[in-house]
Design a protein around this ligand. Structure first.
Ligand code: GUN
Ligand code: ZN
Length: 429
């Protein structure tokens, strides 16, 4: 008989998207809950007493009043930027040229890539993140390093070789042909290997020639089950630069669409400065918009229109965008999403923030049938949160009248100290 583990604690699971369903209909919070794990999956859920009686053979792990939920999903990050997080004083293009490109150059050395990939996965797991969609560098070895480390940790991960054939320094450019060939070889090597999936990754229109974008579009057409990740309309000077580079395009999104890079399974990072046409097209094809709030304030990009985009029915995920983002933590990222919402006159509810960092991000990555929620059959990637992890948080949570009010101080002030334990595919990480 397979070994079963019964986790006891508070549990939070979603029945529906809290942006579109009523709060009472979208989430179930059980203050005396239990989650049964077997064969790497969630086998059953229920109240503590009933689950103990129903599964007397299971090993018990009692977390007291800690909160058990799906692990965090980070829908856009750059693992190679781990060591340059929190670099001072630049906006997007200068930040790329001053900090990012020199650092990414170091990944030519496989040993550097291996070291940073292991460091990144350890840091993010320590913050409760179990799945990431990460960019690598232009070096194929940087993809091997990341997926190799993820295979070892057993995590569900999405990544791809970043492609750039112009407006990047010597040593950090490929060509249209080599980007196609290398991406294809990496895709064939890693896509579907265990829990890994490959994302075709043109960095953004300014660093790809039309030929390279077309080659990436051709590869995506050959492998439509792969995700495609890129950046879209992050800063206004970037949008103007794209207009100069692609005078024939109707707008920034069109530079992708013209080359076969718009579709479901497309992940568009930032998506701040969008025209009505771009919004309509993104909605029409059901593409994913990835909100990167710590990055958008840190690099000075702008205020994502969560309320308007959600009201239109856009598919939206949440992400750190490490190292343009200033944190590895999805808790801090939820706090930043709250703050940006407030600056736009829209206070996001903790149920919405937490959904964005779990089920919503999983939905953006089109893996919400596998991860991002607690439900029988889901892969058992979990985070266990202490909702009183610091004296400041504990004293505020002690005043709470509702579970959401008890969670909110951890969202706003929590960090890796709030992460009691992480489970990956039913195993303690
Ligand atoms: N646009 C193109 N590349 C990047 C990157 O690495 N980080 C961010 N934030 N924006 C980008
Ligand atoms: Zn990014």
């Amino acid at each position: 008989m397979t070994r079963q583990t019964l986790l006891l604690g508070q549990t939070l699971r979603y029945l529906a998207d809290p942006f579109h369903a009523g709060l009472d209909d979208s989430a179930v919070w059980d203050s005396d809950g239990a989650v049964l794990l077997a064969d790497g999956r969630v086998a059953d859920l229920g109240s503590g007493a009933a689950m103990r009686a129903a599964h007397p053979q299971a090993d018990i792990v009692d977390y007291g009043d800690a909160l058990i939920t799906a692990g965090f999903v980070d829908a856009h990050a750059h693992y190679p930027q781990t060591a340059i997080i929190a670099s001072w004083g630049k906006r997007l293009i200068d930040w790329l040229n001053s900090y990012t490109f020199p650092e990414e150059m170091r990944f030519e050395d496989r040993a550097v890539a291996d070291e940073i990939a292991a460091r990144y996965l350890s840091l993010t797991r320590g913050h409760g993140t179990t799945t990431v969609a990460s960019y690598c560098t232009i070096h194929a070895e940087s993809v091997d390093a990341f997926f190799g480390a993820a295979l070892e940790s057993g995590q569900r991960m999405v990544a791809g070789k970043t492609c750039m054939d112009r407006n990047a320094p010597d040593g950090l450019r490929d060509t249209a042909k080599s980007a196609y060939d290398d991406s294809k070889a990496l895709l064939e090597k890693w896509h579907g290997c265990g829990r890994l999936s490959y994302a075709i990754t043109p960095r953004f229109s300014p660093t790809s020639t039309p030929d390279q974008l077309a080659a990436m579009g051709a590869l995506w057409a050959e492998h439509p089950d792969c995700l495609m990740q890129t950046h879209l309309s992050e800063q206004t000077d970037e949008v103007e630069w794209v207009a100069r580079l692609f005078p024939e395009a109707r707008d920034y999104l069109d530079t992708y669409e013209m080359h076969g890079l718009l579709g479901p399974g497309g992940l568009y990072g930032h998506a701040i400065h969008l025209t009505p046409r771009e919004r309509a097209r993104l909605r029409e094809v059901d593409a994913s918009l990835i909100h990167c709030p710590t990055s958008n304030s840190f690099i000075g990009s702008g205020l994502f229109d969560m309320q308007g985009l959600m009201a239109e029915g856009q598919r939206i995920g949440l992400a750190t965008d490490t190292g343009g983002g200033s944190s590895f933590s999805m808790l801090r990222t939820m706090a930043a999403a709250y703050e940006i919402g407030q600056l736009r006159g829209n206070a996001l509810h903790p149920a919405q923030l937490y959904w964005l960092a779990t089920a919503g991000a999983a939905r953006a990555l089109r893996v919400d049938d596998k991860i991002g929620n607690l439900a029988p059959g889901m892969e058992a990637d979990l985070v266990v949160l202490d909702l009183a992890s610091t004296p400041a948080i504990a004293q505020r949570a002690a005043r709470a009248q509702t579970p959401w009010e008890a969670l909110f101080p951890t969202i706003m002030m929590g960090d890796d100290r709030a992460v009691r334990e992480v489970w990956i595919a039913g195993q303690r990480a």
